[in-house]
Design a protein around this ligand. Structure first.
Ligand SMILES: [Zn+2]
Length: 265
């Protein structure tokens, strides 16, 4: 299987080496290395050059941070267009749910509009470059993202670590979008319930590392090997054997990211 969403550039160099050199030991085919902003894109680009068979980069701007200036956006888009051949998707992009919630709790006004405009820019870019898109958009934000995806006819969308209503999941399934699960499926009831509504041909696994997990993963450095535990929980929830579950996850990831069309290495 592939860890479909990891911030490889956020680990220190020693940890990156440790992770990449142990993938085959854990039967992991590779990782999709998502980017936070231009400097993160450049690090992931270098990691891809050094490990082209196992590091599949995506390039974008993570929404849970202050907005870039217009010239920074133009610079990033230009860089992405120049590196589109090695990039497996646009991402991580989306809307700032947690930042907005924090601001609202403190009574600070938060203007979502420019973030929606930036997301629209990235969705239009995914359509133009004919690439899938990796989305950070939870709860009601996901419906805004779905509206924009529909507007640009972008069908290859990956909602990572999605949380939200069963109506939104239903809409994503109708539109052909994919949802990935993290190790929190081991202990989060909300995620276990959500997994019941996700079609077996649309589910993937991820770690969002180095984000730390609780429950059985408490105190451990987040490592792509944890996707095996995620698959085990999905197999129990879906009532499938572990082999069938892994088969679905592998073919879903390959189908969305085009790995069968363009094998790396
Ligand atoms: Zn992420």
């Amino acid at each position: 299987m592939i860890d479909s969403h990891i911030h490889l550039d956020s680990y220190n160099e020693e940890e990156q080496e440790q992770i990449l050199s142990s993938l085959s030991e854990y039967n992991i085919d590779g990782v999709i290395a998502v980017s936070m902003q231009l400097s993160s894109c450049i690090t992931n680009h270098k990691l891809h050059l050094a490990h082209s068979k196992s590091v599949h980069p995506t390039y974008g701007f993570h929404p849970e941070q202050a907005l870039p200036s217009n010239s920074e956006i133009q610079q990033l888009i230009k860089w992405i267009e120049e590196h589109q051949d090695e990039m497996v998707a646009i991402g991580e992009v989306g809307l700032p749910y947690y930042m907005r919630q924090e601001a609202e709790e403190k009574g600070v006004p938060f203007n979502l509009e420019p973030y929606i405009n930036l997301l629209e820019t990235f969705i239009a870019l995914a359509a133009k470059l004919d690439k899938p898109i990796v989305l950070h958009a939870v709860y009601e934000d996901a419906d805004i993202a779905c509206d924009l995806l529909e507007k640009y006819n972008v069908n290859r969308a990956h909602f990572h670590w999605f949380k939200g209503s069963s109506e939104t999941v239903e809409r994503m399934m109708r539109n052909g979008y994919y949802i990935s699960f993290t190790p929190d499926i081991a202990y989060e009831e909300e995620i276990q319930q959500l997994a019941k509504n996700v079609r077996v041909d649309r589910m993937m696994v991820e770690t969002d590392g180095p984000w730390p997990f609780e429950g059985p993963f408490q105190g451990q450095m987040t490592h792509p090997r944890m996707i095996h535990a995620v698959a085990e929980h999905l197999s129990a929830i879906k009532g499938l054997s572990i082999e069938e579950t892994v088969q679905h996850i592998r073919s879903n990831t390959a189908r969305l990211y085009g790995f069968h069309h363009k094998p790396k290495g």
